[in-house]
Design a binder for this molecule. Structure first.
Ligand code: PLP
Length: 401
């Protein structure tokens, strides 16, 4: 018998499954709203002009392909930390931020979870919002953490269940690990307001919980990198010892380059050195060291005033295009007298919108209009553009009538 005779068939990935069905559909009007990657106004993948310029510079410089150190490119790590925390952030100035390059946001989360599993003394339970990015759960479990949930999304208002969220975080045993989406919550597009973040900070402090931030969309949410980093920076100011996962997939359009970072706010330099040493011990047997190209691009952009400013306006353009699609979709749905309240389409933030469509309506849209999305009704706003938005709005309107 084969060694793998007893390997059971696993279920397909819910998001990649949507793309497969989309590909198989011959309709010229088909739309794939499943993927979380930015598309330009014509529906095409987008390479940022600042990235193109940085790549040209790299080619001209004739860089080699040597290995990076285990924790990655030093200039990248420094600039990534400054982008997230701000140059004047106390842990940076005081040399007590342990940071390592990672294989994009997913790799950052995986290292973070492994580190907590090994060293966080208070708890091995991580609380994630309901719902959360699908990968958070298996990733935490594979790292040896137990996953529990806190309330987040209120179906009836298609908004934040802030009371439920606070109550669940408050009820978690002291010292629990609380995973927070720093901005542009995936999949709902619903974020706490600044004053709600302040309340959350207070509760988490009182309960001595450990805040674990996932920031996959800095700049992409509002178009402003500082505004999107509010929660992280506020928590740091409030003295929380947090950890932060960063991804450069969305805000620099470097999806396939796999460039990210994970950082830990430490008490002092000496503690940072110990954390650094253990990060190396976790990473070395996983993949030895991270890929170099994407980190060089990010470093070239963030480290050059002109390219950095170009990039800021490019992120803003991406965010603004998405926001304009939200406006247009809302207006269309209202004009078509679509039953229901659609204000959430406009108020939600980031790449995704949780439409409130039911699984049956999602199926109907695929069948009748060749429009594909995950069955939770999440759509990638970036997949909408001037050419397809009227068609999409009409189909949605019909599906809910
Ligand atoms: N975290 C969240 C909430 C995400 O939505 C994503 C991507 O969709 C990621 C992390 C990580 O993505 P990547 O590994 O491509 O950086």
């Amino acid at each position: 018998v084969s060694a793998w005779a007893n390997v059971p068939q696993g279920p397909p990935d819910p998001i990649l499954g949507v793309t497969e069905k989309f590909k198989a559909d011959p309709s010229p009007n088909k739309i794939n709203l499943g993927v979380g990657a930015y598309r330009d106004g014509k529906g095409n993948p987008f390479v940022l002009p600042s990235v193109k310029k940085a790549e040209k510079q790299l080619v001209r410089a004739g860089a080699n392909h040597e290995y990076l150190p285990i924790t990655g490119l030093a200039s990248f790590n420094k600039l990534a930390a400054e982008l997230a925390y701000g140059k004047d952030s106390a842990p940076l100035k005081e040399g007590r931020l342990a940071i390592t390059q990672s294989i994009s946001g997913t790799g950052a989360l995986r290292i973070a979870a492994a580190f907590l599993g090994r060293f966080y003394p208070e708890s091995k339970t991580i609380y994630v919002p309901t719902p959360t990015w699908g990968n958070h759960i298996p990733l935490a479990k594979d790292s040896g953490l137990e996953v529990k949930h806190y309330k987040y999304f209120d179906k009836s208002t298609v908004g934040l269940d802030f009371e439920g969220m606070k109550a669940d975080i408050e009820a978690a045993p002291e010292g629990s690990i609380i995973m927070l989406h720093a901005c542009a919550h995936n999949p709902t597009g619903v974020d706490p307001t600044e004053s709600q973040w302040k309340e959350l900070s207070e509760i988490i402090k009182q309960k001595k919980h450990f805040p674990f931030f996932d920031m996959a969309y800095q700049g992409f949410a509002s178009g402003d990198i500082v505004k999107d980093a509010f929660a992280v920076r506020y928590f740091v100011e409030q003295g929380h010892q947090l950890l932060l996962c960063q991804s450069f997939a969305k805000n620099l359009g470097l999806y396939g380059e796999r460039v990210g970072a994970v950082s830990f706010v430490c008490a002092d330099k000496e503690e940072k050195a110990r954390v650094d040493s253990q990060l190396k011990i976790i990473i070395r047997p996983m993949y030895s060291n991270p890929p170099i190209h994407g980190a060089r691009i990010v470093s070239a952009i963030l480290g050059d005033e002109k390219l950095y400013n170009d990039w800021l306006s490019e992120v803003k353009k991406m965010a603004d295009r998405i926001i304009s699609m939200r406006e247009k979709l809302y207006t269309n749905l209202v004009k078509l007298n679509t039953p229901g309240e659609w204000g959430h389409i406009k108020s939600q933030i980031g790449m995704f919108s949780f439409t409130g469509l039911t699984p049956e309506q999602v199926d109907k849209l695929a069948e009748k209009a060749s429009i594909y999305m995950t069955r939770d009704g999440r759509i990638s706003m970036a997949a909408l553009n001037k050419k397809n938005i009227d068609y999409f709005a009409k189909a949605v309107s019909q599906a809910v009538k």
